[in-house]
Structures are given as C-alpha cells and as structure tokens.
Design a protein around this ligand. Sequence first.
Ligand SMILES: *Cc1c(COP(=O)(O)O)cnc(C)c1O
Length: 389
Amino acid sequence: MKKGYFGDFGGRFVPELLMPPLVELEEAMASILPSKTFRKELADLLANYAGRETPLTYCPALSKKLGFDLWLKREDLLHTGAHKLNNTLGQALLARHMGKTNLIAETGAGQHGVATAAAAARLGMTCTVYMGAEDVERQSANVRRMRLMGAEVVAVESGSRTLKDAINAALRAWISLQGSTHYCFGTAAGPYPFPDLVREFQSVIGREARAQMLERTGSLPDYVVAAVGGGSNAIGMFAPFVPDASVKLIGVEAGGSGEEGCPNSAAINLGRPGVLHGEYTMLLQDEAGQILPSGSISAGLDYPGVGPEHACLAASGRVKYGVAYDHEALAAFQALCRFEGILPALESSHALAYVLEHAGEFEPGSRVLVNLSGRGDKDMDIVEHALHL
Ligand SMILES: *Cc1c(COP(=O)(O)O)cnc(C)c1O
C-alpha cells in the first residue's frame, strides 16, 4: 500500500507550506509514540484523568424486545462526555513531547473544542479554537466551557460559517504559526498522518471492548456498530476487530430528515470521490464538484466528507455503511432513555437507530455491540423541541 493511502483514498493534498509540520508530525509519531515514557504517561492520563477503562454495559430490556443481545461500549462516561478526549489527550501529550507549547483546533458543535481545551489546560498549553461564526451562536454552552478552561475561541466568518470553514481557517493558521504550535485535528480524516494518528489514539475503544466482550461472554461479538461523522469513534472501535473475519462491522451515516433533496451527511452512501481538507475521499458534492452543505439533527455528524480509511473499508466491503434518519435517531434516543436509563448523544443514537430499525437483519441470539460515543445531556433541548415534549 502506498504510504499515507488506504487503497485509493487518503494522501496529503496540501499547500507546500504545510508539508514541513506534517512531516515533522509523521516523524514524531514514529519516534515518540512507541517510547515507554510516552505510553506510560498517556496510560496514566487516560486512567486517572479521563476515566478509562469505560464500562461495557449489557441492555437487558432492549435485548429482550429485540431477541438478540445488545451491548454498549460506554464512551459517554468518559470525561467531557464523549470519545473525543482519547484523541485530544494523545495529541496534546505528543505535541508536548515535540516541544510544542500551543494547540490550535477546529470545532463544529464544540465537542472537539472542549476536549482540546481540557487537554491543553491539563498539560499546561495555550489553546486557540477556530469555530464557524454560525456555530459560535448556536453552541454557546460549549463556547463558555472552552473559555472557562482558558481557550481562545475565534469565530470564523468565511463561507457557510460552519465546520468546513473552521477547518480551512485552522489549516491556514497552522501555516503561519508552525514552530511552537500543533494542530490537534478532531477526527480520523484530513491530510496524512492525521487519519493514522487519530485511529491510533481512538483504538483504545475497540481494544478494551474486544477484551471486555471476551471476558464477559466468552466470545467475540457477531456485529459491531458505530456512528460515522468524520469517522474517529467508528475507526477506533472497528480497527481491533478488522482482522476478526467472523465479526461483521457496520458504520452508520446520518441521512438527515430523509426528505427528497434534503441536506444529509451520508458521504459514503450518497457521495463521490474528491479532495477536501487535504485528503482524497468520499464527499457530498454537486455535478460541478462543489461541496454540498451537509445536514443532520446531530451536529457532531454534520460533515460533508468522511475519513479515507472508511472510504477504503467501504470499497473493499469489509465494513458495511448504512444510514439512519433524524426521526429514527430521535426514537432510538427515547428508547435508550426509557428502557435502560441512559441518555445517548444524538450522534450515538444514529448507531442505535440502525440496530432498532434493522432488527430483523440480526440473527436471534446474536451479540451486537454498539459504540455509545457520547452522552446526550447536550442534546436535550433539540430532542424535546423535535418531539414536542
Ligand atoms: C463528534 C462526535 C461524533 C462524530 O465524530 P467521529 O469522528 O465520526 O467519531 C460522534 N459521536 C459523538 C458523541 C461526538 O461528539
């Protein structure tokens, strides 16, 4: 396989001025990540600051209704409420070992911004978060969290004033800052080596879940299901299971409202290959190659592309990619609250929704493992408004 590529996908399509920091990062990954000191420090942060390992929870009531065993990997219980901290702690620690003192990051809904701000505060680094001006207005609670943890939030006024534009602004800022600054990218996408780096730090999810399933049930799950935005929680969950031929892997994209011509975030199911944010991957685009505005009831899945490793896993058929619509995610959100006493993030609700909507496709008695990527307290207003509660 060509370096930096997953099949046809991936690569490093960036301006010449971004090559030096990307090469520096690639070299640091090779020399620092395997070192004993780094691994020990990261393990300590994950255990004693972030709260790993996260539990594996069996769902008795839903399993009884469904006729197969439903298990959840509880990333909702991680500090800051989602899997994102696995990645930001890893990148912040790596950056500090590289001698960097400043982190920059993009954020859409604000979850990655909060996780980066937390990691920066914990490791004594300064932090600037680029956020679309539209999102700054919509996600004021997360803006306040970031500021409380000492991060500066920059409202990006260009383009559609959302995540896509925030990434472009952060990449531009990295060109001029370089030196003491690391760009803490938020998902398993972007130019090489970010897809590898983020997979590396998120794979702790799948490694733990695989061992926990073996210990609790004596065997591997039959199915592993995860929601796909850029693809970091899903690739972190899937990677350790990819060599297990008996385990079927299902990624779930956000289909939006499901109405004809509505915005959605299903880049693998509805997109075509193209280049965005430094990588060649599946993208939502029009006939002329213009990126289409994405949309989903879940802000964290609202992205017009997907990480290149997912594009490759889809092309090879190793992972199947389905779609869940807004109303299905809302129903799954309610079901998990009502039957198991857990409020899932709307992102994670898409993974659960696929299982509930396609229950007939899972053999009776099989073991289905869903990655519960985050908690849903942040989504209560949206859910109550959508369901007229
Ligand atoms: C950000 C987010 C996602 C989507 O991002 P991925 O990189 O695809 O994982 C999913 N779930 C939660 C809870 C999130 O915060």
